[in-house]
Ligand binder design. Structure first.
Ligand code: ARG
Length: 589
């Protein structure tokens, strides 16, 4: 099954081929002038040019040759050769019935599934989860779900930041405060304690102190670099202490993620690339890619096509420590070996574009992963009303937890104002609804614009029940569910889809037939905003239909049960899209 535009495009392409023109001119798209037609085909002009024919004449020839005339209610030529298309109501009905009868709502799967790995989240051990980690969580999860739904073999990996200099700084900071801990005792032989000597709160205060100290105190900084080196070279005590940092941090991260309803297939970190580092560096040296420069080991990643300067990728620093890029490169080697990854998508801040360019070049040209597709799906920042990265009232960087809290509080306010006509809410139910509304608020707002744009955090607007918002979509879906529930209570069951007779019905049917177009656009661009847009358009079309067609009061039984089927199809469509966006819908609200 294809979308309506796919179906029409095929007919037009076939026709153009018959007329001796290139089929690529046969693209059909939804019309931007609904008064003239439902769809339009604009390729006749370019096709005529290529054939050296008159465009209007060619457009006429296309209409004369076009097969399946019975599905068109109207075909007309406008201006110099644009073709406007209107489908018959019978054909619209029939196509919508096909979508309805298909559990995948008309969407095919990819012809050849790939092993896709989505690298998202990117939280750091021992550091606070800040606003910059909210976007990769929300966007990465939507992209991961989109690829799963397309039929690819998908893994989500969090790629914890757990291997850099901050680890050595923390180790030294703790040594200063608790020098007697067994982790620092070179003669220690028995197993290390199971309980962490530090809590998450300790880590969150210790780390800023450690990094400040490293800036002022050169001896401390040197010791921290040495500790980082030792940790990276398997010092048993540091390794054990570090494992506590990791465990404590993961527990804290999971607590936040529970609210966001996100789980990862793998909780691997930069450190998991460690076994791959040395062999990789040896190979890069042997094959002549890595060379010494000012005491460091670097790799040239320039390309003849470069217009701007491309700095070399630093693999090993003068002090022997490896860097972010080195672990990223070794992680690619690991992912290829362990997971047979064919395509890796990095959902990471757009400001890291240069880093990924270097790493991807290195992976491709060195033979570490010559055939793996690597893509940086970058995202912009969450800004305050001043257009600069959002800060709390005290001027601090806002944390991920604080943003979630803001969304939840706003949602609780909104939900306190609503009431249910069927049965009043219990306090628990109201709290659950508020949580769903809160998460829908922040997730939809984050996903609704293209990921690469920045946006201004405005909970007031994001949480409104009207407009292009998460709560509006929840509300629309719940409305569809409530109609179906009332119908079931009155012993009405959905029947076959009926032939539309009004424009509001036609519009809804047309929208429901667009799903594959919107889905694949989101898939190919790794851009969930297309899913948001689609959900919004379906919801508004449904709400117009609902206002004009009084389903539960309709006297004609065929119509009534047909409209119920349409309502049910809309519900399934909205639930499908929201599932991909990872937005949970309450039973009622
Ligand atoms: N931990 C990094 C950060 O906080 C993000 C990691 C992204 N993933 C990667 N493979 N580099 O900026």
């Amino acid at each position: 099954m294809a979308s309506l535009t796919q179906y029409l495009t095929q007919l037009f392409q076939q026709t153009l081929t018959e007329l001796g023109a290139d089929p690529s001119y046969g693209q059909v798209i939804p019309s931007n002038r609904p008064d003239l037609g439902q769809f339009q085909a604009n390729g006749a002009l370019a096709a005529a040019k290529s054939l050296k024919r008159n465009p209007r004449e060619l457009a006429q020839a296309i209409l004369d040759t076009l097969p399946q005339k019975e599905i068109f209610a109207d075909l007309s030529i406008a201006g110099p050769g644009f073709i406007n298309i209107r489908l018959t109501d019978q054909f619209l009905r029939q196509q919508t019935q096909h979508v309805h009868d298909d559990i995948r709502l008309g969407l095919k799967k990819v012809a050849r599934p790939r092993n896709v790995l989505v690298d998202y989240g990117g939280y750091n051990v021992a550091k606070v989860l800040h606003a910059g980690h909210l976007r990769p969580t929300i966007i990465g999860e939507a992209i991961r779900r989109t690829f799963v739904h397309a039929g690819d073999h998908v893994l989500g990996d969090v790629h914890l930041g757990d291997w850099g200099l901050q680890m050595g700084q923390l180790i030294e900071e703790i040594r200063l405060r608790q020098p007697d801990l067994p982790y620092f005792d070179p003669g220690h032989t028995s197993p290390y304690p199971d309980d962490s000597p530090v809590t998450m709160d300790d880590l969150l205060t210790l780390y800023p102190q450690a990094s400040a100290r490293a800036k002022e105190d050169e001896a401390f900084a040197a010791a921290a670099r040495q500790a980082t080196y030792d940790l990276q070279h398997n010092h048993p005590g540091y390794r054990a202490l570090w494992q506590h940092f990791v465990n404590v941090s993961i527990r804290d991260i999971k607590r936040h993620l529970a609210l966001l309803e996100t789980e990862f297939d793998y909780w691997l970190g930069e450190s998991d690339a460690e076994p791959y580092l040395l062999p990789m560096i040896e190979q890069l040296k042997r094959d002549g890619f890595a060379y010494e420069s000012q005491g460091a080991l670097v790799m040239d990643v320039t390309d003849p096509s470069d217009k701007k300067e491309m700095p070399p990728l630093i693999l090993v620093k003068r002090d022997g420590a490896v860097l972010y890029g080195t672990t990223d490169l070794a992680t690619i080697a690991m992912r290829v070996e362990k997971f047979n990854s064919e395509f890796i998508i990095y959902v990471v801040d757009i400001r890291q574009a240069m880093h990924f360019k270097q790493v991807f070049r290195a992976a491709h040209k060195s033979g570490i992963a010559p055939h793996v597709e690597l893509e940086h799906a970058g995202f912009g920042t969450i800004n305050g009303p001043d257009g600069r990265p959002f800060k709390s009232r005290s001027g601090e960087n806002v944390t991920l937890g604080e943003i979630l809290q803001m969304a939840l509080e706003k949602a609780a306010e909104r939900v306190a104002e609503i009431d249910n006509e069927e049965a009043p809410y219990t306090p628990e139910e109201r709290a659950t609804i508020a949580r769903y509304v809160g998460m829908a608020t922040i997730k939809f707002a984050d996903l609704m614009n293209h990921r690469s744009s920045d946006y201004i955090l405005d909970m007031e607007r994001f949480s409104a029940f009207e407009g292009k918002t998460g709560p509006y979509l929840l509300y629309s879906t719940v409305r569809a569910k409530s109609i179906l529930r009332k119908a079931a209570a009155a012993n009405l069951t959905p029947g076959p889809i009926v032939t539309p007779t009004t424009d509001v019905e036609r519009e809804l049917l047309l929208k429901l037939g667009e799903w594959p177009d919107m889905f694949w656009q989101a898939y190919h661009e790794r851009a969930p905003n297309h899913l948001c847009e689609y959900a919004y358009l379906v919801a508004t079309a449904f709400n117009r239909f609902y206002r004009e067609c009084h389903i539960l009061r309709e006297p004609d039984p065929a119509r009534q049960t047909g409209w119920l089927a349409l309502t049910d199809l809309t519900r399934r469509m909205l639930e499908q899209v929201m599932t991909l966006l990872n937005i949970t819908i309450p039973e009622r609200m």
